[in-house]
Design a protein around this ligand. Structure first.
Ligand SMILES: NC(=O)c1ccc[n+]([C@@H]2O[C@H](COP(=O)([O-])OP(=O)(O)OC[C@H]3O[C@@H](n4cnc5c(N)ncnc54)[C@H](OP(=O)(O)O)[C@@H]3O)[C@@H](O)[C@H]2O)c1
Length: 309
């Protein structure tokens, strides 16, 4: 089954269901990516330098036999690399074994000390994250615009950017409006106001942790379970289908072949089956007392998100 696509603000099309790779062990992700492309039908893979598995994702892509031109490939600039975007991108391209990305994202609006005590998560002597507090995110973004101009990526976007950070620190200075904002979006953290803001600016929302991530509390949610039963679907299908029906790009991760296939098929089936009344019930679950963020790294910086602990 071909995946519906969403048009980005520069005309590039992105398949609305993508395949997540965070926390997939290198030896697992080779097979998972191969299976996702070759057997399950995915044509969109979401990677990041910080997942420490890009080489294996690249191997999985090559093993699948699916031509690179048919795959939408995303990766992300890590926080210790904001001062050298092009070099970081080149490393990612080499890891993945490709000469371009379809989408490159600023992973977080945070620049961590590149000369700190750890290559990925440097800390200060008191244990707090070694964030360069006076770094201007617009100086990261202008480098992102430069790699876009050079043709090394087909689109650029952001991740974990709140409305406040976008409005205050990026949009007033941007020559290119971000194509997407990839944020934590799921039944218990629907971020309805942020999604409406993004859409008003022509920025496509992408949902990470759409199933509720590791040990998810969402898969047994009573509303999702009841709606799934009414359609003969699985709760995971409903969690994904609700996002897709709302025009949000969903990025489920799995290393389990049966789930990899079920998530893709189920997301598209549920998106077609759910009624507007059911979508509205799902929209309201978090506000009904279930609001919960699952991914809250201790940056020690106010990112401007609602419900950040
Ligand atoms: N930009 C960011 O900062 C950011 C942050 C987080 C995530 N992401 C992206 O978003 C992707 C998805 O988020 P995520 O990995 O946090 O979590 P997720 O996709 O919401 O959930 C993954 C978890 O659910 C399990 N699972 C998958 N399908 C299932 C099913 N049908 N039934 C029951 N359990 C199922 C997986 O187990 P198995 O793998 O064992 O099957 C895994 O433990 C990531 O992989 C990454 O690409 C981006």
């Amino acid at each position: 089954m071909e995946c519906p696509k969403v048009k980005l603000n520069n005309g590039v099309e992105i398949p609305i269901v993508g395949f997540g790779t965070w926390q997939s062990k290198p030896e697992e992700v080779v097979h998972a990516v191969e299976y996702a492309l070759k057997e399950a039908g995915y044509r969109h893979i979401d990677c990041a330098w910080a997942y420490d598995n890009e080489k294996e994702v690249g191997q999985g892509i090559r093993n699948s036999g699916v031509p690179r031109s048919e795959i939408f490939l995303t990766s992300k600039l890590w926080c210790t690399h904001h001062h050298r975007v092009e070099a970081a991108l080149d490393e990612t391209l080499a890891n993945l074994g490709t000469d371009y990305l379809d989408l490159y994202l600023v992973h977080w609006p945070i620049h961590l000390n590149p000369n700190g005590n750890n290559y990925k998560f440097p800390t200060r002597p008191d244990g707090s994250r070694d964030v360069l507090l006076d770094w201007r995110i617009r100086d990261t973004w202008s480098q992102m615009e430069a790699v876009l101009k050079k043709g090394k990526v087909r689109a650029i976007g952001v991740s974990n950017f709140s409305q406040r950070v976008l409005e205050r620190d990026l949009l007033p200075y941007a020559q290119v409006v971000p194509a997407v904002d990839q944020v934590e979006l799921h039944l218990y953290n629907p971020q309805l106001a942020l999604v409406a803001f993004l859409k008003s600016k022509g920025i496509v929302p992408q949902a990470y942790s759409p199933l509720g991530s590791t040990n998810s509390p969402l898969l047994t949610d009573e509303t999702a379970t009841a709606i799934a039963a009414a359609h003969g679907l699985m709760p995971a299908d409903v969690l994904l289908g609700w996002l897709v029906a709302r025009g949000i790009v969903a990025l489920p991760k799995s290393v389990t072949p049966s789930r990899i296939a079920a998530n893709y098929k189920g997301a598209l089936a549920a998106a077609a089956a759910l009624t507007e009344e059911e979508l509205e019930r799902l929209d309201g679950v978090a506000a009904g007392g279930k609001q919960k963020r699952l991914i809250t790294p201790p940056w020690g910086v106010d990112l401007g998100f609602d419900n950040w602990p």
